[in-house]
Design a protein around this ligand. Sequence first.
Ligand code: SF4
Length: 403
Amino acid sequence: MEQTYFRKGFGLKGEIQGALTDDYHSAVVDEVRARGYSITVQDLTVRLAQEFGFCYGVDRAVEYAYETRTKFPDKRIFLVGEIIHNPHVNAKLAGMGIAIIARSPAGEFDFAPVTADDAVILPAFGVTREDFERLRSLGAILVDTTCGSVLNVWKRVESYARDGFTAIIHGKYQHEETRATASQVTQHAGGRYLVVRDMAEARLVCDYIERGNGGAAPAMRERFGGAASPGFDPQRDLVRVGIANQTTMLSSESLAIAAEIRRAMSARYGGAALGEHFRSFDTICSATQDRQDAVLRLLQDSVDVVVVIGGYNSSNTTHLAALCAERLPTYHIQDAGCIDPEAGTVRYKPVGRAGEVEARGWLASGPRVVGVTAGASTPNNKVGETIERIFATRGIALATALV
Ligand code: SF4
């Protein structure tokens, strides 16, 4: 029987390596790394976080997508949503003839154009169980790039549902990964989930648990709406809970939320019975953790201002920006084009706001140290171009200065 499901690549790395290098490599980044992640020209220094940019899961997903194009040169290839949250990478794939199936405003994918003759790439975040089953039933070739760290979260959530625990997931319920993770509870009859976005929402849950206030159940259902499994009943579904998180959340907040819910469960049922009511496992992936740790180390290094590069819808980039903005002036830019060296401006998304704003004179004269980092979905060439534009804002042509 013809194999139609692939999740280990096609062994074509040698054939795609040249294209990957052309599309994402940066000689500037190599040079900055070689100089100890710091480069100084005149009185301007750029320091690069020691962990930044493409993570192992993104590397793998992008490679599989390129391999898929090489393996099936004559097939129509679809991609379920974005392969990762970076507009340049998605545009590259579109340029290779890979058609992105967009999500409707309601969050649904329309698989109507897909036939059994096509190939479909599943993104690094994974897809919901329902979408996976729908695609399997169409008979198309599926190339599954779901990251192994996401699969680990799925296993955890599935085990909670199997054992009768409601999965409380720290994440953004509209995010592809969290939707896919939450859907894992449907492997077991009666499986439940609740997605909490932040500590403020977690405290509402804790308050409910501690008070055991059935009268507040309708308000809870209304408050969490689509962030909870269908038919969610807080009176029934907050008695036994297991904690998980979207892999790209702020790890400190995920740990604090788990501790807060643990405390609430202990207060409600007593410490001796905690094991019957509460389970927890930190499912932040190591790549996210490494990037968050590295940027915190960078901030201790006499930095004046930080530039964070990555898609505005990239969860891990947004959290890097939030960490920096707590301490220093921070500019979260989508790519190097946001920096205009001639005008001395930068377009950026302020932390916690939806749209872009423009700042003029963001790089003050005199000795300055600019910290730079990038989210796990940002390719090196976008980091290198940004470093060049930062120097260009001071009238320095980096390529010439490096000779
Ligand atoms: S951020 Fe983590 S979970 Fe997401 S793709 Fe990268 S390694 Fe995998």
